[in-house]
Design a binder for this molecule. Sequence first.
Ligand code: AP5
Length: 211
Amino acid sequence: MAQPRILILGAPGAGKGTQSANIADEFDVEHITTGDALRANKDMDISEMDTEYDTPREYMDQGELVPDDVVNAIVDEALSQADGFVLDGYPRNLEQAEELEDMTDLDVVLYLDVGEDELVHRLTGRRMDPETGDIYHVEYNPPEDPEVEGRLEQRDDDTEETVKERLRVYRENTEPVIEHYEEEGTLERVDGEQSPDEVWEDVKETIEDAA
Ligand code: AP5
């Protein structure tokens, strides 16, 4: 496999961002993440796209999906500039999955399988380093450097109330996408409840086996 085209699926907090960073380093591919792209453009004016709200912020802070037209355009542009990639955060509903089929072929479809209680615990304890973008967890993965610890921030949508809504939206919209790839016979399920290093071992092996 030259540069693999990898899709990583999983619920909010399943570890997609954590494992995508490993994949991008190891396999020298672009990490394309709709969540980060939208967070960097939270206040862009999307009113011309005939949307309910004028910016992505209103959707994201409530845990709702940003309208498909906005997200499809971001992914289409990013994919057109990447040979190999790990795509994280997309597709989140069946309409987006259909769009993706028109945009590119995939070599591997990974699914990080994590139960709901663990997801809530991971998300409410997650912290980000605003300077490097590195992801930590107050309990599972705290930073060693006190300077880094002092500047950590919590994501706006990681409050308990918004996390519950994100999980509801995931069950309603994104679980059918997982079922779609499962029925197609392309879904590679990885036990995402292991330690980050153990998950990474399985993820790496799955990608290498697909080569
Ligand atoms: P997005 O940014 O994509 O968030 P998400 O899918 O909810 O996923 P997260 O980033 O929260 O979790 P993750 O799986 O990456 O976990 P992580 O590695 O950080 O989307 C945010 C919002 O943007 C959406 O709600 C929506 O509004 C909008 N949006 C995005 N894409 C869209 C789309 N396609 N269409 C429409 N709207 C869209 O890990 C979580 C925590 O657990 C961390 O603290 C980490 O250190 C820890 N951890 C990771 N792995 C392990 C492990 N194995 N054991 C213990 N702890 C672990």
